[in-house]
Write a protein that binds this ligand. Structure first.
Ligand code: F6R
Ligand code: MG
Ligand code: MG
Length: 371
């Protein structure tokens, strides 16, 4: 049976700043998706939050980019936005960039990760949702899951993973994409995806036709869509696991590093990524640290069995401690790079105004002091 898993998210307002989605917004979204489930539009759903982002996980048989599913998500976000306005929540409607729906939520503000595949007899999946960061934050862990044997030993010792994977990488500035195969083209892949603001892993495919798609990441960049900064493009991803694909542990291992990502405070800082359970899915210190939640499910003819709150585990306590140590260290740099992003990458800056005010006070540089 061919099943589509759609994870569509938007920030439509949050409590106490850009901190956390209000439970009433989650209820509004649940009601909306429950109605759609009763009407047979979707098979199943799960609503959750990643910090200030409302996450709609849906299963159905309509394929990716389906107008009915996208309209359902869009209308659900509009209902949640109304509730956010009623409660005077902060930044109500932040990611609703358009007033009229035109068949697809891409380019309208929400982030989308969708995949269609033949459901296996047992179909374990994990959905990840991060807050206060950007889609390129997934480049490093997705590379390590699907191409680094020091993270995923299955690449060496599992006969099917041993053949490697195909990666689709998007250039989000020029709007084009390329397919690269690992392990053969690993260095070319790394030459691109190390530049996390421009080259973003969108899809990963198994080289085995019967398995097909393995991972998908949202690549919407709000700043590029709107031509101006309108909020963080906080990303989501879906990964299939086991039986010829990475084991769940080989996937989660990639999040034990607490790697540095872009997007903390005012979208203008590097900070380490903190893996958290749903109960801690709220951004606090320094509007962060950027956080990620991971929910594991099995599919049963599209029905979502689960979730397992995968980072709700002492195995990630050490990562969390390490991340907070890194946070203290990087915070000590204050308004200096590399804590602060480069001039071109900052989403808030006063630099043009400061330069304008100081423009007449610059003098030609002289190498001899006092002359
Ligand atoms: C939001 C984010 C936050 C905000 C910051 C300022 O996703 O990254 O760090 O940028 O709280 O928000 P405003 O300008 O709304 O006061
Ligand atoms: Mg927000
Ligand atoms: Mg957010």
């Amino acid at each position: 049976m061919k099943i589509t898993v759609s994870l569509i998210k938007a920030d439509v307002g949050s409590v106490a700043g850009h901190v956390r989605v209000h439970p009433e917004l989650i209820n509004v979204a649940k009601q909306s998706l429950e109605e759609a489930k009763k009407k047979g539009i979707i098979i199943d759903y799960y609503v959750f939050n990643a910090g200030d982002d409302l996450e709609l996980l849906m299963t159905h048989t309509k394929g990716v980019d389906n107008p009915t599913i996208h309209e359902l998500a869009w209308n659900t976000f509009l209902k949640a936005k109304e509730k956010a306005e009623e409660l005077h929540l902060y930044a109500a409607g932040q990611d609703i960039l358009s007033t009229a729906f035109s068949g697809n939520v891409r380019g309208m503000g929400p982030g989308v990760a969708e995949m269609e595949f033949e459901e296996r007899k047992a179909e374990p999946i994990v959905v990840f949702a991060a807050d206060k960061t950007e889609p390129g934050a997934f480049n490093l862990p997705i590379f390590r899951i699907f191409a680094d044997p020091f993270c995923n030993p299955g690449l060496i010792i599992d006969p099917r993973q041993h053949d490697g994977y195909r990666f689709v990488v998007v250039d989000v500035i020029e709007g084009k994409q390329i397919e690269l195969s690992t392990p053969e083209e690993m260095y070319d892949l790394l030459a691109l995806i190390g530049h996390t603001s421009r080259y973003i892993i969108k899809y990963v495919y198994s080289k085995h036709e019967d398995i097909g798609i393995a991972a998908v990441v949202s690549t919407e960049r709000l700043s590029l869509i709107a031509g101006r900064y309108v909020g963080k493009d906080d990303p989501v991803a879906i990964i299939r696991a086991q039986h010829g694909l990475p084991a769940m542990g080989e996937i989660l291992e990639a999040f034990a590093t607490g790697h540095l990502v872009k997007g903390a405070l005012r979208g203008s800082h590097h900070a380490p990524l903190l893996p958290v359970p749903l109960k801690y899915s709220q951004c606090t210190r320094f509007d962060g640290p950027p956080r990620i939640v991971g929910l594991g499910f099995c599919l049963a003819n599209g029905k979502l069995i689960g979730p397992i709150d995968l980072f709700d585990d002492p195995a990630f306590d050490w990562t969390r401690m390490k991340v907070m140590q890194i946070m203290d260290y990087i915070r000590a740099h204050g308004p200096f790079e590399p804590h602060m992003l480069s001039e071109q990458e900052m989403e808030y800056t006063t630099l043009p105004k400061v330069l304008e005010r100081l423009k007449d006070r610059w003098k030609p540089y002289k190498s001899t002091p006092g002359k």
